[in-house]
Design a binder for this molecule. Structure first.
Ligand code: HEC
Length: 179
């Protein structure tokens, strides 16, 4: 009898362990895909930063050689958006963001929160942003990208980020006025 129980427990443990390993594997895969995504957008970012250094008037219309027309259109739209922002802001480089935002968020949300892969954050209040960050972190709002990113950030960092992002619109407005 005892033997049977031990055997049953062993089977349950074995099944649980393999399910657990499988989910770990899936999770690891997910993170790998996310970091690849971040890497690829980071490259896109430097390309666009290059465009920004050209004077607006002589900036060539960015022509990408990408095979897929959809991708090309996407790149074009993005470059146009950034160009428009640049004209409006005078100089995008004047936007100094914290190292944390630059490193962890700008690749998807843009240098000043204008939105790339991730939604536009410009114009959102600190409360809206902070609530979203806490909801992503707790899993109340389901998004693997944001969940994975915020997992090891503490409340202070979330607060700092929300405070900072909420100033982007004001910074943009001020830059426009000072032209
Ligand atoms: C890999 C791309 C990526 C990165 C990096 C990223 N985000 Fe996001 N973010 C997203 C996506 C995609 C969504 C939309 C998720 C949804 O609505 O479910 C999002 C949503 C958000 C939202 C909610 C916006 C809304 O309209 O409700 C906030 C706030 C946010 N991100 C802040 C941040 C901050 C702060 C960082 C840096 C710590 C960051 N994000 C990094 C992709 C990213």
């Amino acid at each position: 009898m005892i033997r049977n129980i031990i055997a049953a427990v062993a089977v349950i443990l074995a099944v649980w362990a393999s399910v657990y390993m499988y989910s770990l594997d899936k999770e690891a895969h997910k993170f790998q895909r996310i970091s690849e995504l971040i890497k690829s957008t980071a490259m896109e970012d430097t390309k666009l930063t290059g465009v920004q250094t050209h004077p607006v008037t002589s900036a060539p219309k960015p022509k990408t050689e990408s095979k897929s027309a959809a991708k090309e259109k996407e790149n074009d739209e993005l470059a146009q958006k950034l160009k428009a922002l640049k004209e409006k802001a005078g100089n995008l480089a004047a936007f100094k963001t914290s190292p944390l935002y630059k490193k962890s968020c700008s690749s998807c949300h843009g240098n000043i929160g204008e939105g790339i892969i991730g939604p536009k954050l410009l114009g959102k209040s600190k409360e809206e942003i902070l609530t979203a960050l806490h909801d992503f972190k707790s899993g109340k709002r389901k998004n693997y990208v944001m969940y994975g990113l915020l997992g090891n950030m503490n409340d202070q960092q979330l607060d700092d980020l929300a405070t900072e992002i909420a100033t982007f619109q004001k910074k943009l407005d001020e830059a426009t006025q000072s032209e």
